[in-house]
Ligand binder design. Structure first.
Ligand code: ADP
Length: 248
């Protein structure tokens, strides 16, 4: 049973847009606690794959399971998020006018009015949770600063922290280091590595050096299916991968 031990199980997933197959019988298995990197040239289907997992796009055929038994194709987008699959988009969306702490406080709630949330007193356990996340994302010293004055990298970490407030089981992360300084890139690698184990991560990234620094296993997408999987060394020396990237 291939579903044993997997947190995400996609089998023979196909998605067509006006007859064009953005995903073509794609199969992907993510183990519990794993950090997997997803690479592939533009148009390979990476975004569509993320959209299928979060329920934004419904495949024409195939199976998508979360854990052993949860059929994601039977759930809508909010239900999938509620079940513990979250997505970090490339552009950070934090509330500039609020402090770092308040941004994390807001992230405690999902549906109620965000502004009402800030008027209630936090429970001690909620406060502890925020402190814990502040430590994880390395922004404890900035807790009382307005998010608007954070650097680009710090804003990205804050947004990761906001997602962590919901205690997700799976985090889908879209190009986390775009626009970051070298130092911020190193810190982001450490942060993502610290999250694996307890959670599973699927990271879409173009920077191969960064991929090498975080991922034990890399999946290469091409024309809507998995071209190959393996360590960064294995995939980088694969003639098919070289051909796809060089367009030979
Ligand atoms: P990647 O993220 O790897 O660059 P995408 O998943 O965005 O690839 O796209 C895969 C293919 O599907 C591309 O050729 C893209 O043009 C096409 N595509 C994606 N979304 C749509 C859509 N909503 N309508 C039509 N074509 C789409």
């Amino acid at each position: 049973d291939t579903r044993h031990g997997t947190v995400l199980y996609l089998e023979d997933v196909s998605v067509s847009f006006d007859g064009f197959k953005a995903l073509n019988k794609l199969s992907l298995y993510i183990a519990a606690g794993e950090l997997r990197c997803l690479i592939g040239p533009n148009g390979a289907g990476k975004t569509t794959l993320m959209d299928v997992i979060t329920g934004k796009t419904r495949p024409d055929t195939g199976s998508v399971f979360f854990g052993q038994t949860i059929n994601l194709l039977a759930m809508d987008e909010p239900a999938i998020a509620q079940a513990g699959i979250c997505r970090k988009f490339q552009k950070p969306s934090v509330f500039d006018a609020l402090t770092v702490f308040e941004n994390l406080e807001l992230a405690l709630t999902t549906n109620k009015s965000p502004w009402a949330t800030l008027m209630f007193k936090l429970s001690p356990s909620q406060r502890d949770r925020i402190d814990e996340v502040l430590t994880t994302i390395g922004l404890s010293a900035q807790a009382k600063q307005r998010a608007g004055i954070l650097s680009h990298g710090q804003k990205q970490w804050l947004e990761i922290g906001m997602l962590l407030m919901q205690d997700p089981k799976v985090m889908l992360v879209d190009e986390p280091i775009a626009g970051m300084t070298h130092q911020e890139i190193e810190r982001t690698a450490e942060l993502l590595l610290s999250l694996q184990g307890e959670r599973s991560l699927v990271v879409v990234e173009h920077d191969m050096e960064f991929v090498r620094s975080i991922a034990r296993k890399v999946t290469v997408l091409h024309e809507g299916s998995v071209l190959t999987e393996g360590t960064m060394d294995e995939v980088q020396n694969d003639p098919r991968v070289i051909q796809v990237y060089l367009g030979g």
